[in-house]
Ligand binder design. Structure first.
Ligand SMILES: [Zn+2]
Length: 387
């Protein structure tokens, strides 16, 4: 390998799986990380990042859009806008989430995403509904919700074929437990969310194979000491990964801390649940079929006041988890990159700073503000050298 083809990031705090290398270096050849270490860096194009943190590129498993673009529009150009917007904020692997819609509309939306998944621009698609509870539907159009009958589930799985990676459903619906089994057997993650279930119903779904809590606390019956409900069961069961929306609006920082500490590094993932208004001005937007008002970056459904996704980006979620919820940087690395990559089964390609993996990484300054994004060895945002 010609040394000048190798990019070498030097002088940074490099957050590797086995610990943080202070004053470390990381070298990139082509699309991949070639080595990490401390001491004298190898030959190559050096970029001095003294004082900065280098962390793995973020993996967001729950995102509806951004930059004015939405994954529900069935328009690949809008999807590209959303992908590029989140990429600039450090998300190097992204799942496209679709809100509840009539099955034929979901089939069209999946078709519009297929090529982006095949090309590696998206990791896959997530159906957030339509098999969810009206009582906890949040910003989903209640008129399109339905029970998971075999024919509809089969039609969606056929249409989504290789690209559906996760389906969120409410376990109390007729047919839900059977559907959890079917999804799991098909290699699709069954996630529990937008549910009014009691603890027993939730436990039955986990026993049947459900492994994810869709934005824990939001869109579900709250924790009660005599009825643990979804929160009590999902947060405490070692088989379940909990999603947390770390925008400090959806969940109080003290509760983020409680949940992330209880679930730990091997079960916590931060998600944006971001909608199209992310990274653009406040105003009127659409989330699926519903009008959404965005004011001060907070998205709500005007008729009900229900929160309608977020305008969060993963870099802000990372920083909030450390600065506001008081967790360690290593916890934030696990929750934004390594654990979601493991959840999606892409951890042999991305999600940590290890030689051989894709060179997907984020550079953060001392205050944890994003200054650089490298995806597959190419700068999306190029940091300025610090010296
Ligand atoms: Zn969502």
């Amino acid at each position: 390998m010609n040394g000048t083809d190798t990019l070498v990031l030097t002088g940074a705090r490099v957050h590797c799986p086995d610990g943080t290398l202070a004053g470390g270096w990381l070298s990139v050849s082509g699309e991949r990380i070639s080595a990490v270490g401390t001491g004298t860096p190898p030959a190559g194009r050096h970029l001095d990042l003294a004082g900065a943190h280098v962390v793995p590129g973020f993996v967001d498993v729950h995102c509806h859009g951004g930059g004015g673009g939405s994954f529900t529009s069935a328009d690949p150009d809008e999807a590209r806008t959303a992908i590029e917007t989140h990429r600039r904020h450090g998300t190097t692997s992204l799942m496209a989430s679709l809100v509840s819609a009539p099955p034929n509309a979901l089939v069209d939306q999946l078709a519009a995403l297929r090529e982006l998944v095949t090309d590696g621009e998206l990791v896959g698609a997530h159906l957030e509904g339509p098999f969810i509870a009206e009582a906890r539907c949040g910003a989903h159009d209640p008129s399109v919700l339905r029970e998971p009958d075999d024919a509809t589930v089969g039609a969606l799985l056929d249409a989504g074929d290789d690209i559906i990676r996760m389906v969120t459903l409410a376990p109390e619906l007729t047919g839900a437990i059977k559907t959890v089994r079917r999804l799991t057997e098909s290699g699709v993650i069954a996630a529990i969310g937008h549910t009014d279930a009691v603890a027993e119903q939730v436990r039955a779904a986990v026993d049947a194979g459900a492994t994810v809590a869709t934005h824990l606390f939001n869109g579900m019956r709250p924790l009660h000491h005599r009825e643990p409900g979804p929160v009590g069961v999902l947060l405490d069961d070692d088989r379940v990964t909990v999603e947390l929306i770390c925008d400090l609006v959806h969940v109080h920082p003290d509760v983020l801390r409680l949940a992330a500490r209880h679930a730990g590094r091997s079960r916590t993932v931060l998600v944006t649940d971001a909608m199209s208004a992310t990274d653009v001005a406040d105003g009127r937007y659409r989330l699926g079929n519903l009008d959404v008002q965005v004011a001060g970056g907070v998205a709500t459904v005007p008729d009900t006041g229900s929160l309608a996704g977020s305008t969060l980006t993963m870099d802000v979620a990372f920083r909030n988890l450390v600065h506001d919820a008081g967790l360690d940087i290593a916890d934030a690395v696990a929750a934004t990159a390594s654990h979601p990559a493991t959840l999606l089964g892409i951890d042999t390609e991305t999600g940590s700073l290890s030689p051989g993996l894709l060179a997907d990484l984020v550079v953060l300054d001392d205050d944890l503000r994003l200054t650089g994004v490298l995806r597959r060895g190419s700068w999306v945002v190029e940091p300025l050298p610090t010296a």
